[in-house]
Design a protein around this ligand. Structure first.
Ligand SMILES: *Cc1c(COP(=O)(O)O)cnc(C)c1O
Length: 398
C-alpha cells in the first residue's frame, strides 16, 4: 500500500482497525480480529480498558503538560510505587523503550565515571538482542541490518553469544562498565536466559564492579507472570528499563535504578521534555492499580498455562508446521517449520493477530486480561491455520 506522505520504513499489513475492546480489534468494515499482538506487548490490559480510559479522561480535563521544571502530578506516586514493587530506589520517566535504554546506558557510564573510572564505559550485550532504534541502542543491539548505512557505530558495546558464559568472561576488560541483557529476548525470537545464567551474571557483576542492566521493556509489567521476568531467577539488577506494558497504550517508559547505581545522575546530567508527563503518569498509575491488584499475576500464570499446554499439544499434532514452543507466561513464541511469515498469514486468515520475531518465530503476546476461554479461541484459530498449512504442504510434496 503506497502511503505517499509517510516514510516507507514499514511494510504494513492491509488492515484498517477502527476500534478495540478487550482482546478484540474491529476493522472499518466491521470484521473482528483476536488481538494476540497487543501492539507488540503494549496493550497489556487490552483495548479500551474502562479504568484506563477513565484515568486518561480525568487527567485530560485537568492538565496535560508541565515540563520537568515543576513537580508533575502523578510522577512521585508512580515512581514510589515502582520502587516499592521492585529492587529500585530511583526512577526516571521517558516516552519510549529506547529512551529508557539511553537513560540506562548513561546511568551506567556515569556511575563508573563518578567512581573515578571514566575509562570504564563499555557495555557487554548479547547476540540477538533488541534495545531500540536510536543510534546508541542499535549499537547495543548490534544487528547489522539495523546499523547499516547510519555511519560509525556508537562505540563502547561489546557483543557475545546469548547464554555463553565463557565468552562473556573473556569479554570483560578494565574498560567494562556494565552488562546489558533482556531476560527474555523478544525480537530475538523468545529466547530465555536460564536462571543459572542470570545468577552467574549477577555474580560476575559483583566480582568485577560492573552494573547489571536488565532490559524488561517487553518482558516486564506482568508479561511473564511475575511483575518482572528477572524475579523468576531470584536475582535483582542495578538498573532496569521498562516501557511497553506500563503505559497500556499511552507512550511511557521508565529507567529504574538503585540509589548507588543512580549516584552519578545529578541535576543537569539528563533530561526530557515530555517524559513523565501528567497524562502518561495518570495512565501508568492506572495500569499499576490493576497489575498490582491481588490475584492479577496469578491470573496471568493460570491463563498462560492453559495457552502453553494447548500450544504444546498443537506442536505434537502438527510437527510439520510447528517446531517448538518457547517463552514464559504470555510472552510466547511458536518456532515455525516453514516460514514464520506464512504461519502468521494463515493465522491472520483466521482473524488472529501475532507478531513476527527473529529465529523464524511467531510471537504471541495476548493482553494480560485474556481469559482462558479467549485463549482457547486463539488456540482453535492457530489449529485451523496449522491445518491449512499442513494440507497445502502435503499438496506441494505430493
Ligand atoms: C520494544 C523494545 C525496545 C524499544 O522500545 P521503543 O519504545 O520502540 O523505543 C527496547 N527493548 C526491548 C526489549 C523492546 O522489546
Amino acid at each position: 500500500m503506497a502511503e505517499a506522505a509517510l516514510y516507507d520504513t514499514y511494510n504494513r499489513a492491509p488492515l484498517r482497525f477502527e476500534r478495540g475492546e478487550g482482546v478484540w480489534l474491529t476493522t472499518e468494515s466491521g470484521e473482528r480480529y483476536l488481538d494476540f499482538a497487543a501492539g507488540i506487548a503494549v496493550n497489556s490490559l487490552g483495548h479500551s480498558h474502562p479504568h484506563l480510559v477513565q484515568a486518561l479522561k480525568d487527567q485530560a480535563e485537568k492538565l496535560w503538560h508541565l515540563s520537568n521544571l515543576y513537580d508533575v502530578p502523578g510522577q512521585e506516586r508512580l515512581g514510589r510505587r515502582l520502587a516499592e514493587a521492585t529492587f529500585a530506589d530511583k526512577v526516571f520517566f521517558t516516552n519510549s523503550g529506547a529512551e529508557a535504554l539511553e537513560c540506562a546506558i548513561k546511568t551506567a557510564r556515569r556511575y563508573q565515571y563518578v567512581k573515578g573510572h571514566p575509562e570504564r564505559f563499555h557495555i557487554i550485550t548479547f547476540e540477538g538482542a533488541f534495545h531500540g532504534r536510536t543510534l546508541a541502542t542499535i549499537a547495543a543491539g548490534g544487528q547489522a541490518k539495523y546499523l547499516e548505512g547510519f555511519g560509525p557505530k556508537v562505540s563502547g558495546f561489546d557483543q557475545v553469544p546469548f547464554g555463553d558464559l565463557d565468552a562473556l568472561k573473556a569479554a570483560i576488560t578494565d574498560a567494562t562498565a556494565a552488562i546489558l541483557i533482556e531476560p527474555v529476548q523478544g525480537e530475538g525470537g523468545l529466547r530465555l536466559a536460564s536462571k543459572e545464567f542470570m545468577r552467574a551474571l549477577r555474580q560476575l557483576c559483583d566480582e568485577h564492579g560492573l552494573l547489571l542492566v536488565l532490559d524488561e521493556v517487553q518482558s516486564g509489567v506482568g508479561r511473564t507472570g511475575k511483575l518482572f521476568a528477572h524475579e523468576w531467577s531470584g536475582i535483582t539488577p542495578d538498573i532496569m528499563t521498562v516501557a511497553k506494558g506500563i503505559g497500556g497504550g499511552f507512550p511511557l517508559g521508565a529507567c529504574l535504578a538503585t540509589e548507588e547505581a543512580a549516584s552519578g545522575m545529578k541535576a543537569g546530567t539528563h533530561g526530557t521534555t515530555y517524559g513523565g508527563n501528567p497524562l502518561a503518569m495518570s495512565v501508568g498509575n492506572a495500569v499499576l492499580d490493576i497489575v498490582l491488584a491481588d490475584g492479577f499475576l496469578e491470573h496471568v500464570r493460570d491463563v498462560a498455562l492453559v495457552f502453553r499446554q494447548g500450544l504444546e499439544s498443537l506442536k505434537d499434532r502438527y510437527p510439520d508446521v510447528i517446531e517448538e514452543i518457547r517463552g514464559e507466561g504470555l510472552l510466547i513464541g511458536i518456532k515455525a517449520k516453514g516460514l514464520n511469515t506464512d504461519l502468521l498469514m494463515a493465522m491472520r486468515a483466521e482473524h488472529l493477530l501475532g507478531v513476527p520475531a527473529g529465529d523464524n518465530v511467531v510471537r504471541l503476546l495476548p493482553p494480560l486480561v485474556v481469559t482462558a476461554e479467549e485463549a482457547r479461541d486463539g488456540l482453535a484459530r492457530i489449529e485451523r491455520a496449522a491445518e491449512a498449512l499442513s494440507k497445502s504442504g502435503m499438496k506441494k510434496s505430493a
